[in-house]
Design a protein around this ligand. Structure first.
Ligand code: AHR
Length: 503
């Protein structure tokens, strides 16, 4: 029998969890907007054309922020195209995804949708084909009360009150050759600094995310962060990091270990931020915005065909990954990794939210349902708020393709503000249950409240419109509490949420 041990103490904490780590992302890409959040004529559409069935699923996730409108899309986007009377908005080629953007949904519509979905907009400005002037104008349009050209135009377009957008991205993945107007680290750092400076002059209450590398496999990774931060450290509040994982070879143990890579990536970027801060003798600490993360690979081959057959089409079914059970396990471990780094990761966006590499899928004219990865995000968002604890975990380990000493039990814990404690745990073992004992004596009288379990016998199991509950959570066993020592069996290949209430 495999055994693991965990010790928790309220004084061993990582820090306060910023709820924005449970954010998400909607890009003008594929069917994220058109056919995803927006489908006038759909039976569930409201008077604005927003699908209520999708809004309900988003509200359940309780995502505090949604990044918008891109992604690669933003680097060729004129934000001015997306305001004013809909009939007069231009149709444009979107060079990022080789499709046509109609601008039917724009800034006002998205702000309205965000309100309905109970979330806040995180808005990205175009620092590719556009620059600081357009960036400061959109801040003025969105956030300045009245009496200027842009604020009065917003009012004329129907929004008397400012949108009050607080979090802004200074472009997207500007290091990548696939990006419109790719830049060197120095070029980007300069433009981000000047754009950021002007944006904050318009509204000093906003926060800014500077683009880190689009991934740590980029040849310029590290150098990019250092050079660009050397130019814009004073304006930036966060540095973005992006990471997607896949399992094209069917190596489940190796795939489930990928969160180790994520952890190392976070720690490296934190070190570079601190190195630049040190060099500048700055008292300011930069935190991270992990504003694109997920599993992404299932749809790669299919997307090439779609674009070949329908170049410049509208709302093509791109990046429609159908997620399986093992994807949900890795997403669980990625959330655990985020919690373990809660002292420095203050914003994160699962990429994306609807249809495009998303926890929520829809059929045009049909249903909306939760993919497998919906569940760990929902559980973490619901129960992972408060203080991230720093548990001592002893677990048996395994070796796989890229790593040695991978803990079979990946676990962490959160102390919620009402005194309840929640453990999040993934059992990475392919066949064995792990008997977990947990020392909770430091918390006084705690009672096991529930054990939510996500497990399926088939790692490739998926949810569909017809079988939306195939991979869905159920109640697990309660566990046994004895004088502050808790014991529970954690089934092989499972995501677990174990909750304790104060007596
Ligand atoms: O999320 C899909 C794409 O991945 C985004 O547009 C881009 O920023 C990243 O490369």
């Amino acid at each position: 029998m495999k055994k693991a041990r965990m010790i928790l103490d309220r004084d061993f904490s990582i820090g306060q969890i910023d709820k924005r780590i449970y954010g998400s992302f909607i890009e003008h890409l594929g069917r994220a907007v058109y056919g995803g959040i927006y489908e006038p004529g759909h039976p569930s559409a409201d008077r604005n054309g927003f699908r209520r069935d999708v809004i309900e699923l988003v509200r359940k996730l309780d995502v505090p922020i949604v990044r918008y409108p891109g992604g690669n899309f933003v680097s060729g986007f004129n934000w001015e195209d997306s305001i004013g009377p809909r009939g007069a908005r231009p149709r444009r080629l979107d060079l990022a995804w080789a499709t046509t953007e109609t601008n039917e949904v724009g800034l006002h519509e998205f702000v309205q949708w965000a309100k309905d979905a109970n979330t806040q907009v995180m808005y990205a400005v175009n620092l590719g084909s556009k620059g600081p002037d357009e960036a400061r104008n959109v801040v003025e349009y969105a956030n300045h009360r009245s009496g200027t050209f842009w604020s009065e135009l917003r009012i004329k377009n129907g929004a008397k009150d400012p949108f009050g957008i607080k979090l802004w991205c200074l472009g997207n993945e500007m290091d990548g050759p696939w990006q419109m107007c790719q830049k060197t680290a120095y070029e980007y750092g300069r433009v981000a600094n000047e754009a950021g400076k002007m944006m904050k002059w318009v509204d000093p209450s906003i926060e800014l995310v500077a683009c880190g590398s689009s991934g740590h496999t980029m040849p310029t990774f590290g150098e990019w962060e250092y050079r660009m931060l050397d130019e814009c450290y004073d304006q930036a509040d966060y540095v973005s990091i992006h990471r997607y994982y896949g399992n094209p070879t069917g190596d489940t143990p190796g795939f489930l270990a990928r969160s180790m890579d994520m952890d190392a990536f976070i720690k490296t970027v934190v070190s570079i931020c601190d190195a630049v801060g040190g060099k500048k003798h700055s008292k300011k600490k930069l935190n991270l915005s992990f504003d694109e993360w997920n599993v992404w690979y299932h749809s790669n081959a299919q997307d090439k065909e779609i674009v070949k057959q329908d170049k410049w089409g509208k709302a093509l079914p791109l990046l429609e990954d159908i997620y399986n059970f093992e994807d949900a396990l890795l997403v669980g471990s990625m959330l655990i990794t985020m919690l373990r780094n809660a002292d420095r990761v203050k914003v994160a966006c699962m990429a994306q939210l609807v249809n495009v590499i998303a926890p929520i899928m829809t059929r045009n004219g049909g249903g909306a349902w939760a993919q497998t990865i919906y569940w760990p995000l929902l559980h973490a968002s619901k129960y992972g708020r408060g203080t991230a604890l720093r548990p001592v975990v002893e677990s048996p380990t395994y070796d796989c393709s890229d790593y040695t000493d991978v803990p079979l039990l990946d676990a962490t814990a959160v102390l919620e503000d009402d005194g309840s404690v929640t453990l999040f745990a993934v059992n990475r073992d392919m066949k064995d249950t792990i008997e977990l004992t947990c020392d909770l004596r430091a918390f006084g009288k705690l009672q096991p409240a529930e054990h939510i379990l996500l497990h399926h016998d088939d790692v490739k199991a998926i949810n569909t419109e017809e079988t939306p509950d195939n991979v869905s959570p159920r109640m697990g066993q309660h566990g046994r509490m004895d004088a502050g020592h808790f014991a529970i069996s954690i089934p092989a290949l499972s995501w677990n949420v174990i909750r304790f209430r104060k007596e």
